[in-house]
Design a protein around this ligand. Structure first.
Ligand SMILES: Cc1cc2nc3c(=O)[nH]c(=O)nc-3n(C[C@H](O)[C@H](O)[C@H](O)COP(=O)(O)OP(=O)(O)OC[C@H]3O[C@@H](n4cnc5c(N)ncnc54)[C@H](O)[C@@H]3O)c2cc1C
Length: 437
């Protein structure tokens, strides 16, 4: 009977366990996690913060699902792998033997080195416990400073604003998420935040968190201003949790380096999810993703290979549906290209592939609060961002992922003031009609 150990029970770890169980009904699977809350939806934390969903609704798996998986669970930290001996060392000193091991330890919020970062009232949003902690401090009439230019910072801003907290939002640059959004899109988000009462401080850098009796009392900015507040939340990017791999002598860069089979530098140790830096043949680079979908896909591919069914993972066109300032936003393929000084590397719910634009020209249209931008390559669409109305979300996903030849509308898309949305909708209807059979 083969012994499998999976370290980390997030999207990647659970998906790997499901794949293993599917191909090896007898194998012994042990799931190890240091997080007491187990498997829940991290993207769902944004909706939990605003009160739209309850804690219970964050859990995709029931106890019955776990029983069906027939895996043992241990709540402890894994500290080292003796790869030669095929043993895992746990934080309580226990040694466990394995035949195949998966590291799916995820990523964590990049820490701030600012003086005062240890004060009570300094928050981050990595996990459910952090969300509970933010909610406990989100009192009506209190004020907060939120720092960071990506999705997570915005989720915290919105969660706090929803609970009546006066929010000061610090951006180091002159607009929101400049790495991925263009100016129009950044301004749509900023405008909506201002309407919600959020005060945005552009080109503002936090240099010190000020305290009183061990608690946050305010902050000091680089240009010498002081802002009083009761809470400081920081979301400036995420770092892969590669410490277990490093302690075990596995090859790492920004994440754990893996080949297309999610295999690390040791053939019996695999890595998947936010912690894995996966070779991407399209760009020729080893990239990080911080997205739920790829974490599940990587976990599944790794699980199959671990169970003996060699299964390569090929990075798909990155796709994410999120919400920016209450505006449903879908991002598909490559749309970015800028540099964003607000975030350190990658942010939650982000793919490095978004930022790499091949030769492409942008075409865009706005309709009321809705916005659509597509990146037009030589014969195909290479990326799109859709804010608000999501009618074209699915068609665009197909057109971009399947690299559909858009030559018939190519010229018209690039005309000034082209009705981009209508052109794509009409093209899609015709294309689907021809390919329906
Ligand atoms: C607030 C927030 C918003 C997000 N929004 C989106 C979004 O809109 N769209 C999207 O696609 N993605 C989003 N994400 C990202 C998405 O949740 C992650 O990409 C996904 O959860 C990664 O799964 P994973 O299995 O790699 O790691 P994780 O889910 O992070 O799980 C890793 C687990 O391993 C445990 N662990 C770490 N080290 C050890 C150790 N040494 N021993 C034992 N256990 C250990 C950790 O405690 C954790 O429980 C968001 C994430 C957050 C936090």
């Amino acid at each position: 009977m083969r012994r499998y150990i999976i370290v980390g029970t997030g999207a990647a770890g659970i998906s790997a366990a499901e794949a293993i169980r599917c191909h090896d009904p007898q194998g012994n699977i042990l799931l190890i996690s240091e997080e007491k809350d187990g498997y829940y939806s991290r993207p769902g934390l944004a909706y939990y913060l605003t009160g739209e969903i309850t804690e219970r609704q964050l859990y995709p798996f029931s106890e019955r699902d776990f029983r069906r998986l027939n895996a043992n669970r241990k709540h402890v930290r894994a500290v080292r792998i003796h790869t030669q001996a095929h043993q895992l060392v746990l934080g309580d000193g226990e040694l466990l033997s394995y035949d195949r091991l998966l590291i799916a330890t995820g990523a964590m919020a990049a820490p701030v080195k600012t003086p005062g970062a240890q004060l009570a009232g300094v928050a981050k949003l990595d996990n459910l416990e952090d969300a509970r902690c933010i909610l406990k401090q989100a009192h009506k009439g209190h004020s907060a400073v939120v720092v960071g230019g990506g999705i997570t910072a915005l989720e915290i801003v919105e969660g706090l604003a929803e609970h009546g907290v006066k929010v000061h939002y610090f951006l180091r640059g002159d607009r929101y998420w400049g790495n991925v959004l263009d100016e129009v899109e950044s301004h749509i988000v900023e405008h909506r935040l201002i309407e919600e009462g959020v005060q945005i401080h552009y080109q503002t850098e936090l240099v010190e968190i000020l305290g009183k009796r061990g608690r946050v009392a305010g902050v000091r900015t680089k240009d010498g201003r002081q802002v009083k507040c009761d809470l400081v939340a920081i979301a400036i990017g995420v770092l892969a949790r590669k410490e277990l791999a490093e302690a075990s002598g596995l090859q790492t860069e920004r994440g754990i380096l893996v080949d297309e089979f999610l295999q690390t530098s040791d053939p019996d140790v695999f890595a998947a999810g936010d912690v894995a830096q996966v070779f991407d043949p399209a760009s020729g680079k080893a990239l990080l993703d911080s997205l739920w979908g790829p974490a599940r896909e990587q976990g599944s591919a790794a699980g199959c290979t671990m169970a003996g069914l060699q299964t390569p993972y090929y990075k798909r066109t990155p796709f994410n549906v999120t919400r920016l300032a209450r505006l449903t936003t879908t991002i598909i393929g490559s749309i970015g290209g800028g540099r964003d000084d607000d975030v350190l590397g990658i942010v939650r719910g982000d793919s490095e592939a978004w930022r790499q634009i091949p030769d492409a020209i942008a075409a865009q249209s706005d309709f009321d609060v809705n916005h659509l931008r597509v990146l037009v390559g030589e014969h195909t669409l290479v990326g799109a961002i859709l804010m608000g109305d999501q009618t074209l979300s699915l068609p665009l996903q197909h057109l971009i992922t399947d690299r559909v030849d858009i030559t018939p509308i190519h010229e018209r898309l690039l005309q000034p003031k082209a009705p981009v949305a209508d052109l794509i909708a009409d093209f899609w209807t015709e294309w689907r009609g021809q390919h329906a059979a």
